[in-house]
Design a protein. Structure first.
Length: 253
């Protein structure tokens, strides 16, 4: 595993950046400003790496919102039903085609696949304004060794940053079950909160707009170091309102 600078989480800084004004001014000063400003609702090309249960459900939400979506698989011919149900803005491709297509990448694979994806596509992924890391290290699926390695890196956020050096990462949707996504999106009453963690202000601003667009309330809980709480089995897992997420996060300090 390659060495990677560690990130310090400064809660005040991220809470500050979460406000629209600061995010917008940060966006204006950076190379991906146009994407961050588009987060308010303009269609963006979205590609999924991983189009299984969670990747398929999430990509479908973005496609139904009008974003052009490319679902990818190592066997894209098997995605016909998914593409048909996601609607006219959806298509299928290889992982390579998806990486080339997407302005925003949803990384939704078993965690064991992330290292090879980084080796094969790391440079291209680092050039994207946003990679939403939905992937989790799960011992029963991925094995104890990778779960231990991830813990040694400081958790899934910092670990993915090592595997995808330079990528503009935001963790999100990590512990909301795929089967709940369609009914949670745009639910009536208070929206379902999505805890997110990231270190890059523009990527955070872009993710915030996209997640709001599909009918959830993103809540920035901190930098990638907080990504260790955005996995199944922590107090943040499951469905909570934004207020509940903030309450839980305050109890994590
Ligand atoms: N299921 C949930 O409710 C849920 C909720 C939140 C987060 N997650 C996380 O999301 C990730 C995916 O879970 P899932 O339940 O959606 O799994 P899944 O249904 O088994 O789908 C896995 C997907 O990953 C792709 N994939 C596997 N290895 C790959 C590789 N080396 N390169 C490219 N693509 C590869 C597979 O594509 P191929 O067609 O090429 O095999 C498949 O589309 C996991 O990390 C999981 O912890 C899942």
């Amino acid at each position: 595993m390659m060495k990677h600078p560690s990130f310090e989480f400064d809660r005040r800084r991220f809470l500050g950046l979460a406000t629209a004004g600061v995010a917008a001014s940060a966006a204006a000063a950076a190379p991906f400003a146009a994407f961050a400003q588009a987060a308010g609702g303009a269609p963006l090309k979205i590609a999924t790496i991983g189009s299984g249960r969670e990747g398929g459900a999430l990509g479908t939400l973005f496609a139904k919102q009008g974003h052009p979506v490319m679902f990818s698989s190592r066997h894209p011919e098997q995605l016909k039903d998914l593409v048909a149900s996601a609607g006219p803005t959806a298509q299928a491709g290889t992982v390579e085609q998806a990486v080339a297509f997407g302005d925003v990448i949803l990384l939704v694979v078993p965690y064991t696949a992330v290292e090879q994806i980084g080796k094969d596509y790391g440079e291209a992924l680092a050039a994207k304004p946003l990679v939403i890391d939905v992937s989790n290290p799960i011992a029963r699926r991925d094995g104890d060794a990778i779960v231990s390695w991830v813990a040694e890196q400081g958790g899934a956020g910092l670990a993915t940053a090592k595997l995808l050096p330079g990528a503009h990462l935001v963790r999100g949707f990590n512990a909301i079950n795929f089967a709940r996504l369609p009914e949670d999106a745009h639910r009536s009453g208070e929206p379902v909160g999505v805890p997110i963690a990231g270190d890059d202000p523009n990527a955070i601003a872009l993710a915030t707009g996209l997640i709001k667009g599909i009918g959830f309330e993103p809540v920035l809980v901190g930098g990638l170091a907080m990504g260790k709480y955005l996995v199944p089995g922590t107090p943040l897992a499951g469905e909570h309102t934004a207020a509940e997420i903030r309450q839980i996060v305050s109890s994590l300090k």
